[in-house]
Design a protein around this ligand. Sequence first.
Ligand SMILES: NC(=O)c1ccc[n+]([C@@H]2O[C@H](COP(=O)([O-])OP(=O)(O)OC[C@H]3O[C@@H](n4cnc5c(N)ncnc54)[C@H](O)[C@@H]3O)[C@@H](O)[C@H]2O)c1
Length: 433
Amino acid sequence: MKITVIGAGYVGLVTAVCLAEVGHQVLCAKKSKKKFEMLKKGISPIYEPGLSEMLQRNLKENRIDFTTDIKEAVNFSEAIFICVGTPTTREGKADLSQVEDAVSSIAEHMDSYKLIIEKSTVPVNTHLKIREMVQAETDLEFDVASNPEFLAEGTSVHNFMNPNRIIVGVDSDRARKIFQEIYEPFTSKGYPLLFTDIASAEIIKYASNAFLATKISYINMIADLCEKTGANIDDVAKGVGLDHRIGDKFLNAGLGYGGSCLPKDVNALIHTYNELGLDIGLLKETEKINQNRREIFYRQVEEILDEIEGSTITLWGLAFKPNTDDIRAAPAIDIARKLQDRGAKLKLYDPEAEDNFSLHLPENENVTYFQDKYEAVKGSHALLIITEWDEFKVSDLDKIKKLMASPNIIDGRNILNTELMAEKGFKYVSMGR
Ligand SMILES: NC(=O)c1ccc[n+]([C@@H]2O[C@H](COP(=O)([O-])OP(=O)(O)OC[C@H]3O[C@@H](n4cnc5c(N)ncnc54)[C@H](O)[C@@H]3O)[C@@H](O)[C@H]2O)c1
């Protein structure tokens, strides 16, 4: 089946490549000329495990192509996935300008029936606005549907190809049939496709992300109790997570959540509740606890070092989570900026996110980026672990101790063993243990 995807970011590119992988003919619209050239050559502008190989295979087999011509993209197929960004405005609501721009282009150029699919995360009843916009421009037939995306960066190709569930909000049989065809390669393997009304599908995405964010803040709240009482949050989380009703995922205490989705979706949902005059105290607390994690971590750094000014501090991990180069709303941004403002010399290392991070914090006499985790700790007074990349879990601790000016480690992700660290002679603090 022919499919159009508008936007080639984390969601758009993965959607386009994975739909091509299962046999569809996909044309993906890209705005930036430079990245378009890269994509045509099979180079992914984003880092996602497995994505480049899949992109190259599907380009070679002619199942995927890219264009910067939005008219060509709109008229390529009748199913159009909108996968553009919906960032947060200053007031905390979802900025729908990229979605509106894409919808205007569809309305302007469509020459036959179109199924306009919201894959971007958009607030409940956005479909009504989209419908109004298109109706104002054309008499041609069209449907609007919601098909929220649940992939997680770092594992997105695997998530898309092996979904827990596919959620589709539709209000016409025609739209329903098109989705059945699009997702047949998945439903035939037993992956569940749940049809709902459109507003419910829009809400399912926010309800899921807000729940995950709340689960993280909840365990961080319990971590504070562990810290005050001498208990160990790792054991507590394990004990709690063994209950099947709760589950063990998203129960890692530490620096809290970041990234392009959880913070913005929590904020946007709070905004929607406020607009509707509904009470949203629970989510406000989720957000507050999360922000506070960065403060708690920072205080630990202050406590362990006599003086931040003039200290050399290493950050291991800049991405908001492992296996991605995405640094949007990453805790490392707040922490590095604060340390820089206080006069620390920063040594930064991340396996994938350094290029993106250096756009926020360029290299200068007090900020240096390293290609090797050991080089980055040379002469440091403290090593801060910000992202739980696998390569940080197993390190030569004796070597690190020798290289550092003082053996201080503040572990924001609880990835190292407290007893081992004491045995090796480190001054080691983590969160809630
Ligand atoms: N990143 C995730 O893990 C994730 C997971 C699930 C859902 N989502 C949602 O998916 C949406 C996209 O997120 P993302 O992380 O992929 O964002 P992104 O910023 O990585 O990608 C969006 C892309 O759309 C492009 N774009 C904007 N307008 C365009 C237009 N008119 N024509 C062509 N391209 C256009 C932008 O240039 C950008 O490359 C958001 O609503 C997000 O909340 C993201």
